[in-house]
Design a protein around this ligand. Structure first.
Ligand code: AMP
Length: 302
C-alpha cells in the first residue's frame, strides 16, 4: 500500500558529544521516508530550495521514494541546528529557519490522490491539515507527529491536527508540554481524548510505549553503546511503524505491537551515524536481523 508523507526536507547543523556535522540532509519527511521505504512504496510531499541538489534527490531515488510531490521553490531549504548534551535525550535547538516553508502551500500531484496511508510529519500544523484535507475520505489510516516548536507556537492549530489523526507519535517531554500532565499514562489518556485512538510515546534510549483504546505495550530501546547522533530517530521510528502497517494493510493490536518494534529498529539505526548516513547503507536483511534481536530482548518465560 502506498504511504504518503508530508514533512520537512532540510539541511541540519548537528553537534553531539561525538562531533559536528555542519550541513547534512535531514528533515522529518526525509528521515520518515527513508525508514518507511524499507517496508512500502513512499510518496513524499514537501518543498526544497535552490540549495537542494540532484545528489540530495538521488538519496531518495535510490530507496525508490516517489519525489513528484517535492516542490522546488526560490530560496533556501528549511534549516535547523541542534546541540545534544552528553545525555542524548537532552537536545537544544539553536536555530530554526523556515525559509521555503514560510510560503509553502502543499499541492498533491494527481498520482498521489489514491494514497490510503498518510503520515503528517513534523511541520507546521496548518500545512499538515491542508494535506489531510486534500486527500479526503479514501485515506484509511492517518498518523502524525509534532514537536515543542509548534505546540507552543500554534496551540489551536495543533489541537485541530490532533482531532484528525488515528495515531500520534510524540516524545515524552512533548507529551507533558501538550497536556500539562507529568505522568505519562495520564498524558497519553489526555491525548487520546483529543482525537487519536493510538498514541505512541517515544522515550529515546529508554524505548517507546503504545497506548490504545484496548492495549498497552512497551518496548525497550535497542541497547546501543555508541549513540553518534539521535537526530531523526523519532521520524525513523514513525517511518518504521507506519511503513510496516501500510505493508501489512492492517492495524489491529497485534500488528500495532509489531509496528512499534519495527519503529524501534529503524530509530536505532538512525542513531548510529550522523544524519541519514546509516539509513543509506543498511539493507532489509539488517532490518530483519535487528527485529529478531528485539524478539530475543523482550522474550521471557512465564
Ligand atoms: P527528530 O530528531 O526525530 O525529532 O527529527 C529531527 C529532524 O526534524 C531534523 O532533521 C530537523 O530538520 C527537523 N525539524 C526540526 N525542527 C523542525 C520544525 N520546527 N519543523 C519541521 N521539521 C523540524
Amino acid at each position: 500500500m502506498s504511504l504518503l508523507v508530508v514533512g520537512s526536507v532540510a539541511f541540519d547543523d548537528i553537534t553531539t558529544p561525538r562531533g559536528r556535522a555542519p550541513r547534512v540532509l535531514g528533515g522529518s519527511g526525509t528521515y520518515f521516508g527513508l525508514a518507511a521505504s524499507f517496508f512500502t512504496q513512499v510518496r513524499l510531499v514537501g518543498v526544497v530550495g535552490e540549495d537542494f541538489t540532484d545528489a540530495d534527490e538521488a538519496i531518495f531515488k535510490k530507496r525508490g521514494i516517489d519525489t513528484r510531490g517535492l516542490e522546488r521553490a526560490k530560496g533556501k531549504c528549511f534549516f535547523w541546528a541542534g546541540e545534544y548534551e552528553s545525555d542524548p535525550n537532552v537536545r537544544h535547538t539553536t536555530k530554526t529557519e523556515l525559509n521555503v516553508f514560510e510560503h509553502f502551500s502543499p499541492k498533491l500531484p494527481a498520482e498521489y490522490m489514491d494514497s490510503e496511508y498518510l503520515f503528517l510529519g513534523n511541520i507546521a500544523p496548518t500545512l499538515q491539515c491542508q494535506v489531510r484535507d486534500q486527500l479526503g475520505p479514501r485515506v484509511k489510516l492517518v498518523g502524525g507527529d509534532t514537536m515543542n516548536f509548534w505546540i507552543t507556537g500554534m496551540p489551536a492549530e495543533v489541537r485541530r491536527f490532533l482531532s484528525r489523526l488515528h495515531i500520534l507519535t510524540i516524545n515524552d517531554s512533548e507529551a507533558h508540554l501538550l497536556t500539562g500532565e507529568h505522568n505519562l499514562h495520564r498524558a497519553a489518556r489526555a491525548i487520546i481524548a483529543m482525537g487519536p485512538a493510538t498514541v505512541v510515546i517515544k522515550r529515546g534510549e529508554h524505548g517507546a510505549t503504545l497506548y490504545g483504546t484496548s492495549d498497552y505495550f512497551g518496548v525497550p530501546g535497542y541497547p546501543l553503546e555508541d549513540v553518534f547522533d539521535p537526530t531523526g530517530a523519532g521520524d525513523c521510528f514513525a517511518g518504521g511503524m507506519l511503513g510496516y502497517l501500510a505493508q501489512q494493510n492492517r492495524w489491529d493490536d497485534a500488528a500495532l505491537r509489531r509496528a512499534v518494534v519495527y519503529g524501534s529498529v529503524m530509530g536505532s539505526f538512525a542513531c548510529e551515524r550522523f544524519g541519514v548516513d546509516r539509513l543509506t547503507e543498511i539493507t532489509s536483511a539488517d532490518v530483519d536481523a535487528r527485529y529478531r534481536e528485539f524478539i530475543a530482548l523482550t522474550r521471557f518465560d512465564a
